[in-house]
Design a protein around this ligand. Structure first.
Ligand code: DAK
Length: 257
């Protein structure tokens, strides 16, 4: 049992989650996935938290992948069931999280680490960050949604190239590929993430969660994104946030959500 593999700091409506296994370059093991899931469940209903930042501890890595030592002995069935369980517990859970989740990619984001960053809503990277899905070099493929999310973010051709070569790209190339939203000097990364979170927090949390749901629906083949948007749009009317937002505009003041 490993203690404190996840550091949690809640301040000014932002939850900063730091994956804390620096000696293993923050590799994702079963326990860390469970702890992240538990913490995010609490944050989901915590009215004091409006957004989440996920980063890695130490200078070197965001997350260098799923813990290879842990999954090296899995058989087919274990691999399949763990992929399903992990996708549901963490990766899909983050993607559908009602509050914005920002990945602060402070170093290596490889394999499961890049998959974690891609499940987040927004990705900001340090200029030292390096990203890739090198799973094929281990005889497997990305199992936490990477084949789907990478193609959604960078397009099918570049995703096929990155996954089949396992090539690791630097932050500027990732920006060029639109894999990350922006790149900053490493010492500014967390403050830039907080700045972004504060900008978002000025807006209606209810509307933000409806926007996340509607955007995600467009990438879910079982849903009609336009229909989800229409319903989510309708659900905003009459809410406290709607009354505050429209009243503030008419009274020529800033809204207080
Ligand atoms: N897992 C476990 N330990 C890791 C690790 C990882 N992914 N990455 C690094 N470490 C450990 C190293 O073993 C080393 O520990 P010691 O040997 O000192 O005990 C320590 O972190 C420092 O690493 P290095 O000494 O290698 O550091 P370098 O600066 O020389 O190299 C590196 C940094 C990031 C280039 C290198 O560590 C590296 O190549 N790491 C592995 C990258 C990688 O292949 N990542 C995994 C991709 S595969 C699944 C779903 C999804 C997945 C798997 C299963 N199921 C549902 C079952 C996903 C798989 C992947 O993520």
């Amino acid at each position: 049992m490993e203690a404190h593999n996840l550091l949690v700091k809640i301040e000014n409506s932002i939850a900063l989650l730091t994956l804390n296994r620096p000696k293993q370059l923050n590799a994702l093991n079963h326990q860390l996935i469970n702890n992240l899931n538990q913490e995010l469940k609490k944050i989901k209903t915590d009215k004091n938290v409006k957004s989440v930042i996920i980063t890695g501890s130490g200078e070197k890595a965001f997350v260098a992948g799923a813990d290879i030592k842990e999954f090296a002995k899995f058989n087919r069935e274990e691999g399949k069931s763990l992929a399903k369980n992990g996708q549901k517990k963490l990766f899909d859970f983050i993607e559908n999280f009602p509050k914005p989740v920002i990945a602060a990619i402070n170093g290596f984001a490889l394999g499961g680490g890049l998959e974690l960053a891609m499940a987040c809503h927004i990705r900001l990277a340090s200029n030292y960050a390096k990203m890739g899905l090198p799973e094929v070099s281990l005889g497997i493929i990305p199992g936490y949604g990477g084949t789907q999310r990478l193609a959604q973010l960078v397009g099918k051709g570049k995703a096929l190239e990155m996954i089949t070569t396992g090539r690791i790209i630097d932050a500027n190339q990732a920006l060029n590929y639109r894999l990350v939203n922006n790149v900053f000097e490493s010492e500014d990364l967390i403050s830039k993430c907080k700045e972004l979170a504060h900008q978002i927090a000025k807006n209606s949390s209810n509307a933000i969660s409806a926007a996340i749901k509607s955007i995600n629906a467009g990438f879910d083949s079982s849903l009609n994104g336009f229909e989800v948007e229409i319903n989510s749009f309708g659900s905003c009317f009459g809410t406290d946030d709607f009354i505050e937002g429209t009243s503030a505009f008419l009274e020529k003041r800033k809204p207080n959500f």
